[in-house]
Ligand binder design. Sequence first.
Ligand code: PRX
Length: 644
Amino acid sequence: MNNEIHSVLPNIINHTLVTEAQYRELYEYSLRDPESFWGEQAKKYITWFEQWEKVFSGGFDKVDVHWFQGGKLNASYNCLDRHLEIRGDRPAIIWEGDDPKESEIISYRSLHEKVCRFANVLKQYGIKKGDRVCIYLPMIPEAAIAMLACARIGAIHSVVFGGFSVEALKTRIQDADCKMVVTANEGVRGNKMIPLKRNVDAALQDCPHVNYVVVVRRTKNSVSWDQQRDIWYHEAIARVNVECEAEIMDAEDPLFILYTSGSTGKPKGILHSTGGYLLYVAITHHLIFDYHEKEIYWCTADVGWITGHSYGVYGPLANGATTLLFEGVPNYPTSSRFWEIVDKHSVNIFYTAPTAIRALRREGDEWVTRTSRKSLRILGTVGEPINSEAWEWYFRIVGQERCPIVDTWWQTETGGIMISALPGATPLKAGSAAWPFFGVAPLVVDDNGNILPEGKMGKLVITQPWPGMLQTVYKNAERFINAYFREFPGWYLTGDQAYRDADGYYWILGRSDDVLKVSGHRIGTQEVESALVLHSAVSEAAVVAKLDEIKGQSIYAFVTLKIGVHPSEDLKKELMQTARNSIGAIAVPETIQWAEGLPKTRSGKIMRRLLRKIVDNDLANLGDLSTLADPTVVDELIKICQKK
Ligand code: PRX
């Protein structure tokens, strides 16, 4: 890692919101007296219908944390109504279509009207406070509208990424017991159609509690129609009233569920609250992106992920910002697309994933340098560690050495950014997420929970509650405790490996559990294994990460076939298709390696640690093999992997 400090930074920004000295002072205060700190911020960032009784109570010891108990608010009111008077005619959303000829600007006033109408549609079709609504939409304004409409009436949305398969969609609808699905006839990405409505039709065969499907007409193509169940979005909103009072919600009422992968079992429904979450995304969006009134802010993440929720929709809109939603992909029609959009809409703040940066870097500088990008002021990255080559390219070529990069570390569970530079306040180090945000208390510990000295890699934990934290795992309090608080009672376990350097900078090195990050997408190894063994030819499968220059990691699957089944290229294709059907394109293994046997302990547990070392050709560090049931398996696997 490059430990060089980019000191050009303080000269770049002449109007930062927080200076280094202010950061240090506020940070210390936020940990010493979280109650006062968060109480002040809550008054500043959020409009409350009624003030809370207590800023926060409980703790990680008993895992009984509450934020802003007794406080009343509405997230949609905070993102819309309160802005109407001063910035009603200002753009809330700039939508840029997949086709560069298509774009739309939606003012706060118009967004408010659209949200109110759709909220009335939800009510008309029987959705009430607390009901769950599944949103399976492409990156079109209706995605944000549907989220805010749910928030307006107190329904809990569960957004499912449009790239997930029928099977993945089905299990999410079932787990959250959704009553309605909001989708589009088709999605459009990179000039390709995505059959969203067809996927919903197939998923709903096994979801008897879904009464209605609202369908946005995104393309002209027709889709099959169930007269009793399906409703066209444009027809429904035309029929309802434009007024819809925002429901008074308790600070602790859930705002949404978002499914994410863990190291074991099925994806977990991460449940986020209204008050704590909204405050946390508003303050982090404001300070970490140094957002100033009238600036154009663009987060490229899909609304199907937490980044799209927190920094595409809720954070920016709570702050009255203009947020850009992009339907397409970075390389369509050409690899200049991102930068053309930046110029077209005069984007000031741009937030994307290292994977996209690496992929665009490979295409050559010319795609970038032919555009102006003079409006850019701040660059951000999220989702996986950024290697220093990609960081330097982003800084020098994209940002012309003018724009600070905020490398933001956080998770679906944390709700918002936890560790990041503050532009202007933090001298940057390429590849480090830098310093913890206010109120965030990280520690790096060894397997026994001993605090590690500077420079030593270990497990990253968070020792104090923060307002954006998940409330629980939906309908599974036990899993909530087991996943995050069992290993080190009293601390929140992030599942990441990290170290802290002598300047207090955190370097996040990747996951310490069986979770993969493929192009920044979070995938559980066990999910892919369960998918592969669905194929009748497969006896056993073990999945590990392989380093990948562009994707960060790729999926490497060891597969043992049933006796009598012969390996073939066709069978590999079938297995890849099985993963695609079960989860989606993001879970398709890059490599399938046939294996006669897998390394197991005597109690039958697959030793993925060994498989990872074999895949990375790190044979000197295989470690102790004496606990293996059959150590010869390892020699065999090394031989076949080295032949490749
Ligand atoms: O491993 C860390 C990685 O992404 C994980 C969280 O994934 P997800 O819940 O999908 O949320 C992604 C967007 C917030 C983390 O446990 N990660 C996220 N940001 C960074 C990162 N790793 C290194 N550097 C980051 N900036």
